[in-house]
Ligand binder design. Structure first.
Ligand SMILES: Nc1ncnc2c1ncn2[C@@H]1O[C@H](COP(=O)(O)OP(=O)(O)OP(=O)(O)O)[C@@H](O)[C@H]1O
Ligand SMILES: [Mg+2]
Length: 295
C-alpha cells in the first residue's frame, strides 16, 4: 500500500506547468509556514486532480512524493476496499494518525471515484460505506488537535486525490476536495517534450523530425505518445528477430541490437497507434469544471 521512492521528478513530466506550480505551492508552503496558514488562510483540505486517462495525474503525485519535502502516503483504492475488508476503516484512521505524527504529510488517493462514488445506495457494501465515512471524518481533521507531530507542531496533513471520472464523486467528498485542477492533454510544446523524454534512452536517426511528429500527434495523451515511441523503438528489433532463426537467437550480440529508431519506424508506428481520447470526453470535463471547478 505504501510505495517508497517512486523517483519521478518534475522534469520527467512534460507540460502541466500550472499543475506543478500549484501542487508545489499548495503542499509545500503550508508545511513551511504553518503559523501563516491559519484561520481564513488555512490550507486546502484536499486537492483533486482530474482529467482524461494517461495525462500524467499519477505521475504528478509521484513527483510530489519525490520533490516536495513532506512525508508521502499512497493509498490505492483497491487495497482498502478489498484486501482489508472489515479492517479497512481502521486502516484509514491509522494512516491519518501516522500522517499527523510525521507531519507535514501528503496522503495521495488515486482513482478516488472507486472509493467515494455516488453509486452507493442500498446495494453498496457495508465496508465501503464505512471506509467512505471514515475518510470524510479524517479529512475534517476530527481529533487531530489532540495529536502533535513528532516535531512538536500542529500537524499539517493534505489529501491529494486523482480521478478521470470526477462526475462520479459524491458531494461530501467533492466538498472536501476544495481545490480542483484539470490535467488535460498535452499541447504542441508538451507533446514535443514528451517525445524527447520518451526517446532519451534510445538512439535516434537524424532523419527523425520530432517537431513534425509532435504536430501530427495532436489529440494524443501522454500515455499514447509513450506507446507510440515504444512501438517505433521496437520496430527494428522485431524485424531483426524475424530474420533470425529461433535456434540462433543466442548468437545475437548486444551490438546487433544497437538499432537506432528512424523516420520510417515512426511512420509505421503512426499507422498503428491512435489517440485514446475522444472529444465527447473533453466536453464532459468542460461541463464538470464549469459546474464544480475552482479558481
Ligand atoms: N505529462 C507527461 N509527461 C511525460 N509522460 C507522460 C505525461 N503524461 C503521461 N505520460 C506517460 O503516460 C503514462 C501514464 O501516465 P499516468 O499514469 O500519470 O496517467 P494518469 O493521468 O494517472 O492516467 P489515469 O487517469 O488512467 O490513471 C506515464 O507512465 C508516462 O509514460
Ligand atoms: Mg492514474
Amino acid at each position: 500500500m505504501l510505495e517508497l521512492n517512486p523517483n519521478v521528478r518534475w522534469t520527467d513530466i512534460a507540460g502541466q506547468e500550472e499543475a506543478k506550480t500549484l501542487l508545489a505551492e499548495a503542499l509545500v508552503m503550508p508545511a513551511l509556514m504553518p503559523e501563516f496558514f491559519k484561520g481564513i488562510r488555512r490550507p486546502w483540505r484536499g486537492i483533486l486532480m482530474c482529467g482524461p486517462p494517461g495525462t500524467g495525474k499519477t505521475m504528478l503525485a509521484k513527483a510530489v512524493a519525490t520533490e516536495c519535502n513532506t512525508t508521502f502516503f499512497n493509498i490505492s483504492a483497491s487495497s482498502i476496499s478489498s484486501k482489508w475488508r472489515g479492517e479497512s476503516e481502521k486502516l484509514v484512521r491509522t494512516l491519518f494518525q501516522m500522517a499527523r505524527l510525521h507531519s507535514p504529510s501528503t496522503i495521495f488517493i488515486d482513482e478516488i471515484e472507486s472509493i467515494s462514488s455516488t453509486r452507493g445506495g442500498a446495494s453498496e457494501h457495508e465496508t465501503s460505506r464505512r471506509v467512505k465515512t471514515e475518510l470524510l471524518v479524517q479529512m475534517d481533521g476530527v481529533g487531530s488537535s489532540l495529536i502533535k507531530s513528532l516535531d512538536g507542531r500542529d500537524p499539517v496533513v493534505m489529501v491529494l486525490a486523482a480521478t478521470n471520472l470526477p462526475w462520479l464523486l459524491d458531494e461530501a467528498m467533492r466538498r472536501r476536495l476544495e481545490k480542483r485542477i484539470y490535467i488535460g492533454p498535452p499541447d504542441l510544446l508538451a507533446r514535443e517534450q514528451m517525445l524527447r523524454i520518451s526517446l532519451k534512452d534510445v538512439d535516434v536517426e537524424e532523419d527523425v523530425d520530432v517537431e513534425d511528429i509532435a504536430k501530427r500527434v495532436q489529440g494524443f495523451s501522454g500515455a499514447d505518445i509513450a506507446t507510440l515511441c515504444r512501438d517505433a523503438a521496437m520496430m527494428k528489433l522485431r524485424e531483426k528477430m524475424r530474420s533470425v532463426k529461433p535456434s540462433e537467437l543466442n548468437l545475437l550480440k548486444p551490438e546487433d541490437l544497437k538499432l537506432p529508431v528512424s523516420k520510417s519506424d515512426f511512420e509505421a508506428a503512426l499507422l498503428k497507434v491512435q489517440s485514446s481520447l475522444s472529444s465527447a470526453d473533453f466536453e464532459r470535463y468542460d461541463q464538470w469544471l464549469a459546474d464544480y471547478g475552482s479558481a
